[in-house]
Design a binder for this molecule. Structure first.
Ligand code: FAD
Length: 283
């Protein structure tokens, strides 16, 4: 039987605000009728896939991605960049998205640094998969700046009496930003400085006294850091893989296009290495 390919819905939004949260992160506010889809989202890691023309393209938003694909060579097709819905305010119908500004490289980071109210964008989504398990004894949330929006949104969802251990990697001390959570929040800021992304974070987690009991765990950000901590949590500490929400949000040295194209293979290699690790753990 012929498989019917459903057309992905392209939504639109207009930029209404831009606010620097720290020297490396800018919050962009969006509004527009299509954002009403954000009402009552169940998860705390909801994301959108923003549509951009590739570097040097001769077209700009608005465009129909399918039409562009039908008419142009693949190197001119729109690209997507994935961003967490940090919050959605139903009263004003506004969505906040926090962008890491990581230099001049890339498309979305530089766009967020420069964008002004009135600009329009297109996106797919929202998607999402994680919300903290209210039945857990404690919560362990680990990430770099790219995962900070999802971690901050998760903390705001927790009961005031919940216990949450959070490790957040930032570039410099002045990149800290206010993070609100339950009374039992233990937040460790890990400053990266000149070290490779993720190294100091993984080190800090390994050195910490992590909570015992049934944990709700979220580990996201740079793919190498996630792989390293997967090994630590699953192979070395014996945490069940299914108890952890874990994935690489980006990979150093790779654009999102390249990362998405190679992610499956990266994960297969990680998975088989993990099986070998687990087999080595004494019963
Ligand atoms: C589900 C999900 C949710 C995400 N949520 C957020 C979010 O809320 N906020 C956010 O900022 N990012 C988020 N990310 C990560 C974001 O999609 C990537 O960082 C993306 O590559 C940025 O696109 P770009 O056009 O700026 O850079 P790209 O063109 O993709 O890459 C250009 C270069 O910049 C490097 N680079 C990319 N991201 C970073 C970074 N964070 N720090 C340092 N160097 C980098 C790349 O390795 C590459 O060398 C999320 C990713 C996923 C999968």
């Amino acid at each position: 039987m012929e498989r019917v390919q459903r057309k992905r819905v392209v939504r639109r939004a207009t930029v209404v605000s831009s606010e620097w949260l720290s020297p490396s992160m800018v919050r962009i506010g969006f509004t527009g009728p299509d954002l009403l889809v954000m009402r009552d989202l169940p998860y705390t890691d909801h994301y959108i896939k923003m549509l951009f023309p590739p570097a040097g393209a001769s077209y700009a938003w608005p465009f129909d991605p399918e039409q562009v694909k039908a008419e142009r060579a693949p190197e001119h097709w729109p690209v997507t960049r994935t961003y967490t819905v940090r919050s959605y305010d139903v009263l004003t119908n506004t969505m906040a998205v926090d962008f890491v500004v990581h230099g001049d490289e890339g498309i979305a980071g530089p766009w967020a640094r420069r964008v002004q109210p009135g600009a329009e964008v297109g996106f797919y989504g929202p998607g999402g998969a994680f919300a903290p398990d209210a039945a857990a004894d404690a919560h362990l949330l680990i990430g770099d700046e790219a995962a900070l929006p999802a971690i901050a949104a998760s903390l705001e969802r927790l009961d005031r009496r919940a216990e949450a251990h959070v490790f957040l990697e930032i570039e410099e001390d002045d990149c800290r930003q206010p993070v609100h959570g339950p009374d039992g929040l233990r937040l460790t800021w890990v400053v990266r400085g000149d070290r490779p992304h993720g190294e100091a974070l993984a080190e800090a987690v390994r050195a910490a006294h992590l909570p015992q009991g049934c944990l709700s765990i979220f580990v996201h950000g740079n793919a190498y850091m996630v792989r390293d901590l997967r090994r630590y949590l699953c192979a070395e500490r014996g945490t069940t893989r299914s108890a952890i929400s874990m994935s690489g949000y980006w990979r150093p040295g790779a654009t999102e296009d390249l990362w998405q194209a190679t992610k499956r293979e990266f994960n297969v290699v990680t998975e088989s290495a993990a099986q070998i690790d687990l087999a080595a753990v004494p019963a």
